[in-house]
Design a protein around this ligand. Structure first.
Ligand SMILES: [Zn+2]
Length: 129
């Protein structure tokens, strides 16, 4: 078991054993959980209790943290998520932060028509509630 930490605008965040285990058991991802968190897009999950939630679209991964600990991981497609201010890439259909002309989508590298903010995006989920 390892507890990795990152520094960011929200301070130090670390993973918990529970979250690491859930991540290892349920998600097929080739990057450490803490890296997914670091790269993740900050979103809101109205049905969950947390201090900060981040979405890592390539793995359909939603992570929530409390008190600097990533406590829970879950499938984003099964969770109600709000992503105010985020944009959806035309190339890969993943959410990301609005980007400038010279930048590319962080997930697929696409430069085509990215960065158009559509305002608040509401994800339609299957099997919610
Ligand atoms: Zn993309």
């Amino acid at each position: 078991m390892k507890f990795n930490t990152v520094s960011g605008c929200s301070g130090r965040t670390q993973t918990t054993y529970h979250a690491e285990k859930q991540y290892a058991d349920r998600f097929e991802s080739d990057i450490p959980l803490i890296s997914a968190w670091k790269r993740g897009v900050r979103v809101e999950a109205p049905d969950k209790h947390y201090d900060e939630a981040r979405l890592y679209p390539p793995a359909d991964l939603l992570m929530t943290a409390k008190g600097g600990d990533i406590t829970t991981v879950m499938f984003a497609s099964q969770t109600r998520i709000l992503a105010p201010g985020k944009v959806r890439c035309d190339g890969c259909d993943y959410l990301h932060e609005p980007i400038r002309t010279a930048e590319t989508c962080p997930w697929c590298g696409s430069t085509a028509d990215v960065g158009r903010s559509a305002g608040a995006i509401k994800l339609t989920v299957k099997g919610g509630n």
